[in-house]
Design a protein around this ligand. Structure first.
Ligand SMILES: [Fe+2]
Length: 197
């Protein structure tokens, strides 16, 4: 059983997210649904996750005993959404550059602070056919629990890396429609790409 099932407030948020996700079509997502979905993700916090002790004591993270630098817990998944929590043990730990093709992403910091660096294809009609397909650096965002959920577009800004700026930073992540027939891919930045640390 996924942990969210035992958390009534979170279960209500996830159920409503899944309902709004019907209107987040890949090609032309409904603007109202986008705002509503982001608002729901923004309501996920340490209280709704019942998550207010040290990262090492969290029952959500089954990998905690192995001292992995990056922890992950599934929260809830159905045929419209895929949600989970990522946790970083130490400042500077990172999820390398990757994408979520054809998926809308929503990211909400629960504790600590993180930096997201984003990139887009220079040619929006391009696909990952060649290892040197050029992408454009779209900037960095620093996020804390005070910030509204960030929306990651299925096309624009679809490549990103996430870096912890504090020990024990973690964030909630929702993908629409989830992986289904898609998968995220990881990339090695070209040496000419100089994203600041
Ligand atoms: Fe991501």
């Amino acid at each position: 059983m996924m942990p969210a099932i035992d958390r009534p407030e979170l279960r209500g948020l996830l159920k409503t997210m899944s309902s709004w996700a019907k209107r987040l079509d890949r090609k032309s997502p409904d603007k109202t649904a986008l705002i509503e979905f982001a608002s729901l993700v923004s309501q996920v916090n340490a209280n709704s996750l019942e998550f207010d002790e040290s990262l090492n004591n969290q029952p959500l993270f089954s990998l905690r005993r192995h001292l992995a630098p990056l922890l992950y817990a599934d929260v809830y998944r159905d045929n419209r959404i895929d949600t989970g929590i990522f946790g970083f043990r130490r400042e500077g730990a990172a999820i390398p550059l990757h994408n979520h093709p054809q998926m809308s992403g929503f990211l909400r910091v629960i504790r600590g602070s993180i930096k997201i660096a984003s990139f887009s294809f220079v040619d929006q009609s391009a696909s990952i056919q060649h290892p040197s397909t050029p992408v454009r650096f779209e900037g960095e965002k620093i996020l804390t629990p005070e910030d509204f959920a960030v929306f990651l577009d299925p096309v624009q800004d679809n490549f990103h890396s996430v870096t912890a700026l504090e020990d024990e930073s973690f964030f909630f992540d929702a993908l629409v429609p989830g992986y289904l027939d898609n998968e995220c891919k990881y990339f090695q930045p070209h040496k000419s790409v100089q994203a600041s640390k």
